[in-house]
Design a protein around this ligand. Structure first.
Ligand code: SF4
Length: 361
């Protein structure tokens, strides 16, 4: 897979979607040597279920291990460390990681209890997990979701789980942005498989999941994060650690030149907004909307709200979904709503494009 590639798959079955993504590369050729130590790093920031919008879906882990073992890779480790104040083992227990360890005979490491190596990049010294540093092939499994301090979190920020708690505290003292970029010059996963099935609207610890039903795979974390930012209605420059990581040479933010391939198309399904998402949903008129399309609209509305632009919508609702095909309306999102007076193309459109349309109203 080339560094400027992103492959996307839509659906609800995390295991089946993962298998299709890694078979499309194919992963066995990327790793090569069957004796390679493969380290898998999910996002277990807190002890919470994936459905909350905080953590990686378990189907991704099991599908990945089954694929690796079926193709002769026997040296597999799952490693992660929750944020300061949370116990990683609680997160392992809640999500069934001990059962996965015993079922497949893989290693499971709480990086909080790991040995650490002190490494420095751009004047910042941090303690990085030996397990992560010794990986022969490192697979990052972040969740694309909102973040209260950095706006969003995906590939680059998920690397914080490789640090000691002491270094995690230092990162907050240093302002997060530059340290996140610097960390990614010290720990460099070979592959990123993004869980964008139900990532949280605005907080890394979950509570307001946005049904998105999408996963992505790629090798450039800067490109993937830049793309993820656009899906959430941000420009890559707004998420400060992304351009810093690009300036360090970790990757490219150039989404325009990226080769983006969809392995399938999203399908219409029932939308069940909960929590804060329901409030934003009151400004929408979904009719047979695909989850990824509707999620883009929700993220765009969230950005519009943050920018103080909700008042201009008044009582208007934004149409979204296949049920609007061939109809006329005031505002619509996605090619199904091309009959709208104000519309944005895309199937599905990005939140950044929807936001730009809404801001022009
Ligand atoms: S434009 Fe229509 S078909 Fe395409 S993702 Fe949106 S709702 Fe689905």
């Amino acid at each position: 897979m080339e560094s400027n590639e992103i492959r996307i798959i839509y659906g609800k079955d995390a295991a089946a979607m993962t298998t299709k993504l890694i078979e499309s590369i194919p992963l066995e050729d990327m790793i090569g040597d069957r004796s390679t130590q493969v380290v898998i790093k999910p996002n277990l920031v807190v002890p919470a279920k994936p459905e909350s919008g905080a953590t990686t879906h378990m189907g991704i882990i099991s599908a990945l291990i089954e694929y690796l073992q079926d193709h002769g890779f026997g040296n597999i480790t799952i490693a992660e460390g929750s944020w300061v104040g949370s116990n990683t083992e609680d997160a392992f227990r809640l999500n069934g990681y001990y059962k996965i360890r015993d079922k497949y005979g893989v290693k499971l490491v709480d990086t909080k209890k790991d040995r650490f190596r002190k490494l420095t990049y751009d004047g910042l010294t941090m303690e990085v997990s030996e397990t992560m540093l010794n990986a022969g092939f490192f697979i990052n499994l972040p969740v694309l979701k909102g973040h209260c301090q950095t706006l969003m979190t995906c590939c680059l920020k998920n690397m914080k789980g490789c640090l000691s708690d002491r270094s995690k505290r230092d990162f907050h003292r240093w302002g997060l942005m530059q340290p996140i970029a610097a960390l990614n010059m010290l720990v460099k996963p070979s592959l990123h498989i993004i869980d964008s099935i139900s990532g949280d609207l605005d907080f890394e610890e979950g509570g307001n999941p946005v049904e998105t039903d999408r996963m992505m795979i790629g090798t450039d974390p800067v490109l993937l994060d830049a793309y993820g930012a656009s899906l959430m209605g941000f420009s890559p420059e707004e998420v400060e650690y992304i351009p810093i990581a690009e300036s360090y040479g970790r990757g490219s933010m150039d989404i325009e030149s990226a080769k983006i391939t969809e392995l399938n198309k999203p399908e219409a399904g029932s939308i069940r907004p909960t929590g804060a998402v329901s409030r934003l949903a009151s400004h929408t008129a979904p009719d047979m909307a695909c989850s990824a399309c509707y999620a883009s609209l929700i993220h765009a509305l969230k950005r519009l709200e943050e920018n103080g632009g909700m008042r201009k919508l008044g009582n208007m609702k934004i149409a979204c979904g296949q049920g609007w095909k061939g109809k006329t309306m005031e505002i619509g999102s996605g090619v199904c709503c091309s009959g709208a007076k104000h519309s944005v193309k895309g199937c599905p459109p990005s939140a950044a494009d929807i936001l730009a349309m809404l801001e022009r109203l």
